[in-house]
Design a binder for this molecule. Structure first.
Ligand SMILES: Cc1ncc(C[n+]2csc(CCOP(=O)(O)OP(=O)(O)O)c2C)c(N)n1
Ligand SMILES: [Mg+2]
Length: 683
């Protein structure tokens, strides 16, 4: 699709000479426009990173003017090539590119307002703020791992919809990106899946913040990528022909490609070029003056000479015919296929299909209750959800049998066949979570994962970014407490629920039984603008909800699941596996003549978002409030109050059968009842 376009078309469309190169000066001036904007914007903002945009200006110019398939008039066109600036600190590179190529929103005024309140030119590129920015980057390593997910999404959708989906994913990654551990997970997965439309342009400048890369790194990146199944080569990152040849070759590759582009950070800066001093601070007036002289750039700050701007705009316009052709091909698809493709790319789930699936699961559970682990309830729900919601693509980080994320009908994705709907991510939780972000960002897929809840820590930076970006990814995290038993404290989450609840815009679900589990699945799938975690048990749980409710009761976040007639002296709030225990405790209290109610709290975030009056009603006014969760107390005061009681974990767990662990750590119905009685002065 993205065959090299003659660079001369970018410079002088009227005199296009296919296959011939533009005069070197044209390329140089186009690249210098990026350098100038980066220097000037960082200087003006008094903060930012000029070195990387100046160093990678040549590579980016070649990519954007000759290869990248895009149309600034339609930044969200589904079959655009994806461009990920993994080295997000070089944000001025992408802002300059977007401005020069003619993205309407990226005005010169926005560039002048780099890093200022309300601008679309944030310090690091932010998805959803800036048309043309495909993902939020800055935390090094995330972008390249997102790109792997985008490339998987492309292949998977091509398998479903044919050549209406046919684009590449380009990444600019820095030394820092490649030093981060997540990059290893990402490149190993990409190599394994032979994602040959993924092309990484590595800013091989040998410099990071502390100075020469040799201070801390001596990896041979070419060998490293080759060992992971990539094609890899090194080019002079200031030689446009060498860069173009390498990209052209990469486009024909049968495997993903790394192009290590030898560059000089801060290219053009008279004293700071090649030095870490150009990485992350304004160059200063003298250095900028010297750079202008060295680069032969005479234009005033923020001024782009008309001929250079015209050449850039022509480069920006060169993708329009291909885009128009693609629109025609889309229109020529049969109506149903087209509608389905468009629906999926819009991220609009079929409400009717989802509702019907959830209803069917609930009805089945009411007819035949299941006292099973919530990880099994989840699988039971997935058996109906997977056929109903074709955009769901599941996976697991090598715990498929434990996470119960693969239903019987699901075929695994492989390098030879991307039509499957299950991904064996390997033992790569962080790479998995980041790839899932990339899939959602690509569009057309709702990814869900599987790992143990304790390893949410291994995914956390990517989950945080999903929450920051406001994108739908669903993490199935099983073995959610000491209830996992014998594997012991290394595997028993204690602080993870609190830590996840601390992330803004993330929904953390901990369903109490099979009915709550399917309701939580429905909520996670409906949450188009938020990621979700489903914390599920290894151990069996009784089914507590035995009446059919059309309403998704978990949507309230917390609700009374058991209550005596009349007033209660005790309110017990519990989540997940501890709800059944709370119900038992209420029975024990009733035996003592103390009326107690039980509130299930499947989702703190949804509950705390309820209007105050609703929250007050659910929390109630019983004199004793107790939270019960086999985890740390942090966060529970919002429900039980700082003077409320809490029965949970104060330490790490231990290795033993789970029933013994619950006793050892004092998380039992008796302990809950005792605590309430003591507080009431009855013991
Ligand atoms: C996960 C993470 N750790 C640390 C940082 C802070 N940081 C920003 S850039 C950078 C390294 C700079 O070196 P390199 O990636 O080679 O970029 P260059 O200086 O060559 O532009 C660091 C440590 C970060 N952004 N993300
Ligand atoms: Mg570097």
């Amino acid at each position: 699709m993205s065959a090299p376009v003659s660079p001369s078309a970018a410079v002088a469309p009227a005199a296009a000479r296919p296959g011939q190169d533009a005069p070197a000066i044209a390329h140089e001036r186009m690249a210098n426009a990026i350098r100038a904007l980066a220097m000037d914007a960082v200087e003006h903002a008094k903060s930012g990173h000029p070195g990387m945009p100046m160093g990678m200006a040549d590579v980016a110019t070649v990519l954007f003017t000759r290869f990248l398939k895009f149309d600034p008039a339609d930044p969200a066109s589904p079959d655009r090539d994806r461009f990920v600036l993994s080295a997000g600190h070089g944000s001025m590179l992408i802002y300059a590119l977007l401005h020069l190529a003619g993205y309407e929103a990226m005005t010169l005024d926005q560039i002048k307002r780099f890093r200022q309140m309300g601008s679309i030119t944030a310090g690091h590129p932010e998805y959803g703020h800036t048309p043309g920015v495909e993902t939020t980057t800055g935390p090094l390593g995330q972008g390249i791992a997102n790109a792997v997910g985008m490339a998987i999404a492309e292949r998977h959708l091509a398998a479903a919809f044919g050549d209406i989906v046919d684009h590449k994913t380009y990444v600019i990654a820095s030394d820092g990106d490649l030093m981060e551990g997540i990059s290893q997970e990402a490149i190993a997965l990409a190599g394994h899946l032979k994602l040959n439309k993924l092309i990484v342009l590595f800013d091989d400048n040998g410099i990071s913040i502390d100075g020469a890369l040799s201070l801390a790194d001596s990896v041979d990146q070419i060998k490293r990528f080759e060992a992971a199944g990539w094609a890899a080569s090194r080019v002079d990152g200031h030689d446009p022909q060498a860069i173009a040849s390498a990209i052209a070759k990469a486009q024909e590759s049968d495997r993903p490609t790394l192009i290590a582009c030898k560059t000089r950070i801060g290219f053009g800066a008279p004293t700071k070029e090649g030095k870490s001093s150009s990485h992350g601070s304004p160059l200063g007036a003298d250095e900028i003056k010297g750079a202008r002289e060295k680069l032969g750039w005479n234009a005033a700050p923020f001024e782009i000479p008309a001929d250079v701007l015209a050449a850039w705009r022509a480069a920006g316009a060169r993708g329009r015919p291909a885009h128009e052709d693609w629109n025609k091909r889309l229109a020529a698809l049969d109506g149903a296929t087209r509608a389905e493709f468009e629906r999926r790319m819009r991220g609009e789930i079929s409400t009717a299909a989802l509702d019907a699936a959830v209803r069917a699961v609930k009805q089945s559970l009411i007819a035949t209750p299941k006292d099973i682990a919530s990880r099994s309830s989840s699988e039971f729900a997935l058996e109906t959800l997977i056929p109903a919601i074709p955009e769901m693509v599941g996976g697991s980080a090598d715990l498929t049998g434990s996470n119960n994320t693969r239903t019987k009908s699901m075929k695994a994705i492989s390098a030879a066949d991307f039509s499957g709907r299950f991904i064996h991510y390997g033992v790569r939780e962080h790479g998995m979570a980041a790839a899932m972000n990339g899939m959602t960002l690509h569009g057309g897929i709702i990814p869900y994962s599987g790992t143990f809840l304790v390893f949410s820590d291994y995914c956390r930076p990517s989950i945080r970014l999903a929450a920051l970006m406001g994108i739908r990814v669903i993490h199935v995290m099983t073995h959610d407490s000491i209830g996992l038993g014998e594997d012991g404290p290394t595997h028993q989450p204690v602080e993870q629920l609190a830590a996840l609840r601390a992330i803004p815009n993330l929904l953390v679900f901990r369903p109490a039984d099979a009915v709550e589990t399917v309701e939580c699945w429905q909520l996670a799938l409906q949450a188009k603008d938020r990621p979700s975690v489903l914390a599920l048990t290894r151990q069996n749980l009784p089914q507590l909800r035995n009446r059919f409710d059309e309403e998704n009761i978990c949507a309230r976040g917390a609700y009374e699941i058991a209550a005596p007639d009349g007033r209660s002296d005790v309110s017990i709030f519990a989540t997940g596996s501890e709800v059944a225990l709370a119900v038992d405790a209420a029975r024990l209290l009733a035996d003592e003549g103390v009326p107690a109610r039980v509130v299930s709290v499947p989702c703190f975030e949804l509950f705390l978002a309820q209007p105050e009056a609703v929250r007050r009603m659910v929390i109630g006014d019983a004199p004793v409030k107790i939270g019960v969760e086999a985890a740390v107390r942090q966060g529970w005061d919002a429900i039980v109050g700082s003077d409320g009681l809490f029965v949970g974990m104060n330490s790490f767990g231990a290795s033993a059968p789970y029933k013994e662990l619950y006793k050892k750590f004092g998380i039992t119905a008796e302990a809950v009842a005792d605590a309430a009685l003591r507080k009431l002065g009855k013991k």
